[in-house]
Every structure is written in structure tokens, then in C-alpha cells.
Design a protein around this ligand. Structure first.
Ligand code: GDP
Ligand code: IMO
Ligand code: MG
Length: 440
């Protein structure tokens, strides 16, 4: 017997237009600049994880903006900016950031900033606990060098299921008060020296509730609709692959998934909707905070990179550690993120070097390995195998076409592309929005 023809179950969505921008090393690769470049033609820019441990810089017409919690795309006057459920938000610092950027020229943010009702809140006491934990770890010689922005303690509260979300702040304030008091009590049992003026905090947060109310939405539906309507959606990764809580150099990592999986869980975007994954790669490597760093150069080469690259943290102003480009590491993060293209930044910083090196393999206990060691102790013992290439010793600052780069600079870029197998579509040669080479 023939059944009736199956009804079409749903309307097929338009082909999605979601592009993800991720840090491929230990952070500060120049993600902000790439987001700014792509946001010029985007409809929505969203953050999926991390908090204000991130510091993303954009330079437009000589004015420098730094973003920590706000998606960098907010600088484009027509782009909607979403702070997703996977982000942890310290409201006082979010509003400070808004005020600072408004003074620099950021416009009509109220109409464009959207905050997920599922995002967790970072409280001052989380930041205090971050500091106390670091102090304790430092005493044992095991400091992580966190940004002390309360990121780890807040994600811990989330995982132990007594964290407080944006939606809780907008609901019945009596319930918020109970949750807040219980959470403070729990932290104080763990850290008896922690002082919290509960009444003062509650008064402050009652005011924040009114302030953020117009900005809060169910961002899952909002993004779903944007994607179905064929809008161009950018996702701005924070931190980076080697700081990922699962795949990074644990425990010297941050507390979220900064690899591509964090995009799906931190925004509620289905994996098949992600069309492009752009890895941002600094032409050398930097790391801020503690932990193993196989290609680190504690010598005049590292100092040169640090000085020419002005390698100071945007969030903590700490000096960044510097070293050669590590392609073995990029091959590893490519396995996880599946980059569809690379943007190589800060090529100009290497302009004066006589020769440049690229790490292409690791040896552990004298034996070549084909995996990324999972323990910090093994990773700190690896020896790098390098290839050495002649430098170009010419300025690349004003170059805007690949063919106009010095031949040795072209060779360096081609070598990275060949070794990782990911096409390089952009090359950064300066801080400004215009200082970029686009390759078709
Ligand atoms: P993010 O965290 O990945 O967004 O990167 P940061 O903003 O923390 O650090 C990158 C730094 O390099 C910023 O000061 C940028 O202005 C700067 N920058 C980005 N791309 C380039 C480039 O191609 N050349 C130079 N010289 N500076 C760049
Ligand atoms: P962007 O987005 C560089 C590092 C910290 C520390 C470790 C844990 O600007 O690339 P946390 O405060 O997150 O618990 O610190 O992670 N770290 C970053 N390093 N860039 C970042 O972000 C970072 N976010 C966290 O220095 O070593
Ligand atoms: Mg940064």
C-alpha cells in the first residue's frame, strides 16, 4: 500500500554565512584587527567564550581602541554585537569599557549590543579569589600567571552549578539575592580571608539589572534567525588554541574552550553552519603568563621581537615572552580547528632579521615525536628542530600586494603555507586597518 507523500518537514535554511576567527597560538595574534577587517561587510559579530581576560586592539585612522568584553565589530556603526552564553561577564568592567570607547567615537551601541540571558556573571569576589589562588600557587612556585579577571573562579562556579547568570539578575531579585548570598558563603568557606559587603554588592547589582535589561535576549533564537536570513555572522574567538582548557598547555591555560567547539557551545550555533574558520597566526610566537613555550628566545632575538613588536599585554600590560614561529604547534591546532584560511600578522616585525627560523618538529628525550605532549613537564623538555631561512632585511610596512614583498618574505610565507597546508589569505604588515595584504 502506498502511503501519502511525505510532507516537507521544514523550510531549508539559506546557505549559512558564519565565519569564525580564532587565535592559533597563545593569544594576541591580532584577532581584533582581522575581526575589524571582516566586520566591514558583516551584519553580526559575536563573542562565544572567555571574558575580559581578552584584549583585542584595533587601530582606525590612528586611533587605538582596545576591546575586552565587547565584540570588536561594535566599532562598525551598523553591526550588531552579541555577547554569547559562553562568555563570562563582569558588568562593572563592561560598562567602563563602553564608556571609554564611547568617548573615542563608538556610536549607538545601545541599539546594537545584545547580551545572552545565559551568560554567567563575574563578580568582584571571583576576581579576588583569582588573586588569592594565584598568591597560593605562587607560594608553591606553581603560579599560572592569570589575568586576575576572575575567569577561572567564574567558570568553576558555572561547572559546580551555583554560578549566577544574566537571566537570574533580571528575574525575581529576591531569588538573585539568595543565590548571591549562597555563592559568597561557599567562596568564603574555601577562602576565609575573602571579604564581601553583600548589601553593597546587591544594591550595585539592582542598578545593573535595570541598566542591562534592554540589552538582554535569547541569543540562540536571534542568531538562528540571522543565519536563516542569510546574514553574515562573524564569531570573534578570544584567547587561543594553546590556552584552550582541553587542548592547551594544561594547567597553564584559560578556563574555556577557545577552539572551534567553543563556538558551538558558546553561542548555540550548529557545527554544520560554520562555513569558514580563519586562524590568526603571528609571524613569530608570543606568550604572556607562565607555562611551557618550546620556541621561546630568551636572548637578543626574543628582545628584538618584544621591542619591535611592542609586545606588552593589552589587558595586564605584562611583557610578552617571544620566540620563533612554531609550525609543529600550528599543525596541531589545525587538527582541532580545521582552518580554512590563515591570516599571518606582524610580518613587519621580522623585517630587520638576518635570518628567520621555523620550528618544524619536536624531540622528547632525544626521540622525534609526532604528537603534542599532554603534560606541561614533557612540553617544557622538548627540543625543537628548526629550519633556517634568509631574512629579507627590508621594510614591508608599505607593501599592499604579495608580489611586492621582498622575495625572502614571500618565501617565508610560502613555506608556512606549504608546511601547514592552510592557504594564507591575509598578511599583516602594520597596526592600522589599512596595513594588510590580501591574497585572492
Ligand atoms: P588579539 O588579542 O589577538 O586581538 O591581539 P592584541 O590586540 O592583543 O595584540 C596584537 C597587537 O599587534 C596589537 O597591538 C595590534 O595593534 C598589533 N598588530 C596587529 N596586526 C599587526 C601587524 O600586522 N603588524 C604590526 N606591527 N602590529 C600589528
Ligand atoms: P586575547 O584574546 C594572551 C592567558 C593568561 C594566563 C592564562 C590564564 O587577547 O588573545 P586567565 O586570566 O584566562 O585565567 O589566564 O591565559 N591569557 C591570555 N594570553 N591573550 C589572551 O587573550 C589571553 N587570555 C588569557 O596570560 O597565562
Ligand atoms: Mg590580546
Amino acid at each position: 500500500m502506498n502511503g501519502s507523500p511525505r510532507k516537507k518537514q521544514r523550510t531549508e535554511p539559506q546557505e549559512s554565512n558564519v565565519t569564525v576567527i580564532l587565535g592559533a597560538q597563545w593569544g594576541d595574534e591580532g584577532k581584533g584587527k582581522v575581526v575589524d577587517l571582516l566586520a566591514q561587510t558583516a551584519d553580526v559579530v559575536s563573542r562565544c567564550q572567555g571574558g575580559n581576560n581578552a584584549g583585542h586592539t584595533i587601530v582606525v585612522d590612528g586611533v587605538e581602541y582596545d576591546f575586552h568584553l565587547l565584540p570588536s565589530g561594535i566599532i562598525q556603526p551598523n553591526v550588531k554585537s552579541v555577547i554569547g552564553n559562553g562568555v563570562v561577564i563582569h558588568l562593572p568592567q563592561l560598562f567602563d569599557e563602553i564608556e571609554k570607547n564611547e568617548k573615542k567615537g563608538m556610536k549607538n551601541w545601545e541599539e546594537r549590543l545584545i547580551i545572552s540571558d545565559r551568560a554567567h556573571l563575574v563578580f568582584d569576589f571571583h576576581q579576588a579569589v583569582d588573586g588569592l589562588q594565584e598568591q597560593e600557587n605562587n607560594r608553591k612556585g606553581q603560579g599560572l600567571g592569570t589575568t586576575k579577571k576572575g575567569i577561572g573562579p567564574t567558570y568553576s562556579s558555572k561547572a559546580t552549578r551555583n554560578g549566577i547568570r544574566v537571566g537570574d539578575l533580571l528575574g525575581d531579585f529576591k531569588i538573585f539575592k539568595e543565590k548571591f548570598t549562597a555563592l559568597v558563603g561557599m567562596q568564603q568557606r574555601m577562602f576565609p580571608s575573602l571579604e564581601v559587603d553583600i548589601d553593597e554588592e546587591l544594591t550595585r547589582y539592582e542598578k545593573f539589572a535595570a541598566k542591562i535589561k534592554p540589552l538582554v535576549y535569547d541569543t540562540v533564537s536571534l542568531l538562528d534567525k540571522a543565519i536563516r536570513d542569510g546574514k553574515k555572522v562573524l564569531v570573534e574567538g578570544a584567547n587561543a588554541a594553546m590556552l584552550d582548557i582541553d587542548f592547551g598547555t594544561y594547567p597553564y591555560v584559560t578556563s574555556s574552550n577557545c577552539t572551534v567547539g567553543g563556538v558551538c557551545t558558546g553561542l548555540g550555533i550548529a557545527p554544520m553552519k560554520i562555513k569558514k574558520v580563519i586562524g590568526v597566526v603571528k609571524a613569530y610566537t608570543t606568550r604572556v603568563g607562565d607555562g611551557p613555550f618550546p620556541t621561546e628566545q630568551i636572548n637578543e632575538i626574543g628582545d628584538l621581537m618584544q621591542e619591535r613588536g611592542a609586545e606588552f599585554g593589552v589587558t595586564t600590560k605584562r611583557r610578552r615572552r617571544c620566540g620563533w614561529l612554531d609550525v609543529f604547534l600550528l599543525q596541531y591546532t589545525n587538527k582541532i580547528n580545521g582552518y580554512t584560511a590563515f591570516c599571518v600578522t606582524k610580518l613587519d616585525i621580522l623585517d630587520t632579521l638576518k635570518e628567520v627560523k621555523i620550528a618544524v618538529g619536536y624531540k622528547l628525550n632525544g626521540k622525534k615525536i609526532n604528537y603534542m605532549p599532554s603534560t606541561a613537564s614533557d612540553l617544557s623538555k622538548v627540543e625543537c628542530e628548526y629550519i633556517t631561512m634568509p631574512g629579507w632585511q627590508a621594510s614591508t610596512e608599505n607593501v599592499r600586494e604579495f608580489k611586492d614583498l621582498p622575495e625572502n618574505a614571500q618565501n617565508y610565507i610560502n613555506k608556512i603555507e606549504e608546511l601547514v597546508g592552510v592557504p594564507i589569505k591575509w598578511i599583516g604588515v602594520g597596526k592600522g586597518r589599512e596595513s594588510i595584504i590580501k591574497i585572492n
